[in-house]
Design a protein around this ligand. Structure first.
Ligand code: SF4
Length: 344
């Protein structure tokens, strides 16, 4: 059986090529974008301003490419974890996090991850594959709350900079007038600091950027995050200093706090020194213990003290509320390893 290509996740340029290849008039590309990203149809036959004949031609070669979620779990705090099966039969997760003034979806960009961070369940799963732009966007449109979403963060499974082509394509679709027409200020993309890709992201996108720091000390960061061997945190910060982010675009540093490891006053002072003068903020995150790891989360008291040291140095600092811990939807807890193992 011929495997059909998918339409969902194609940019306007790519849809123009589809129209051209099928011998359709050029304006059909814009109509396709409209049906896919504004009217959010669930089948090609719903594209009513495209003639029946052309819809039939389209259906011969293309599928829409949308897939429903396989499972959803809801936390006592309202956070929901959605499980999706990708086109190639692998599993990914997305976390929906409602709060008073915003409804955020945390999406995955890869199945698993190659970066091997010590504290991360996704890292322990290893790398399976990059998601396509369509698979990334499918997480957004296929959850029950798709109409309620106000914000999007690329902080689920995977390192977005390691799949940058597809991540940028998905961002183009979300932020373009012909796409979902979201402001880039509603989107935050995280990285552990893959410098060349981060540079490209800064230049080609206007979305916010979050850097996972987790330690300001090289030797310790190497132990927590092997990427430090290739791109030391000073190089990451030096790269950020080369750009003018303006007042609207936000740079933040994510800092998971591990008891007795990276939560001392010296660590806070070192962070202040490293990012001194850089227009940015620090988000302190409570660590959720993961199986087979000796790491523990710092207490609330220690986190408050750490925050005060940073604030006294003039750094905007917040402590992120922990969400969805009971369903393993919190930061660093997304993993589909069990499912992968059960399948094989
Ligand atoms: Fe990959 Fe991010 Fe986990 Fe590191 S923290 S292993 S980059 S998913």
């Amino acid at each position: 059986m011929m495997v059909k290509e998918v339409l969902f996740g194609k940019t306007l340029e790519e849809l123009k090529q589809v129209a051209k290849d099928l011998g359709f008039p050029g304006f059909v590309a814009k109509q396709l974008a409209d049906w896919l990203y504004k009217k959010k149809v669930t089948g090609i036959d719903e594209m009513l301003n495209i003639s029946k004949k052309n819809r039939d031609i389209l259906k011969e070669k293309y599928d829409l490419g949308l897939s429903a979620y396989n499972k959803v779990q809801e936390s006592i705090d309202g956070t929901k974890k959605y499980l999706f099966k990708t086109i190639s039969d692998q599993y990914i997760e997305a976390a929906y996090i409602p709060s008073e003034n915003r409804n955020t979806l945390c999406v995955s960009s890869q199945v698993g991850c190659k970066m091997g961070c010590l504290f991360c369940m996704t890292g322990k799963q290893g790398f399976q594959k990059n998601l396509s732009a369509g698979e990334i966007l499918n997480q957004m449109v296929s959850i029950d709350e798709n109409d309620k979403l106000t914000n999007l963060v690329y902080m689920g499974m995977g390192e977005p900079m390691d799949n940058l082509d597809e991540v940028l394509k998905s961002l183009e679709i979300i932020t373009s007038e012909w796409g979902f027409a979201w402001s880039p200020r509603r989107i935050n993309v995280s990285t552990i600091g893959v410098v060349p890709a981060m540079r490209r992201f800064i230049e080609e996108s206007e979305c916010h950027l979050a850097i996972s720091m987790h330690s300001p000390l090289n030797d310790q960061r190497k132990e927590l995050m092997p990427i430090e061997n290739v791109y030391p945190i000073e190089d990451v910060i030096q790269t950020l200093r080369e750009y003018d982010f303006g007042r609207q675009r936000r740079i933040s540093f994510e800092y998971i706090m591990f008891e007795g490891v990276n939560d001392s006053k010296e660590h806070a002072l070192e962070i202040a020194k490293l990012i001194n003068g850089l227009h940015s903020r620090v988000n302190l995150i409570k660590f959720h213990p993961i199986p087979n790891s000796p790491l523990k989360g710092s207490s609330n008291e220690v986190m408050e003290r750490f925050k005060n040291v940073l604030e006294n140095k003039g750094i905007i600092t917040t402590i992120r509320k922990s969400r969805g811990e009971d369903i393993y939807a919190a930061c660093g807890l997304l993993s589909t390893k069990k499912l992968v193992e059960n399948k094989s």
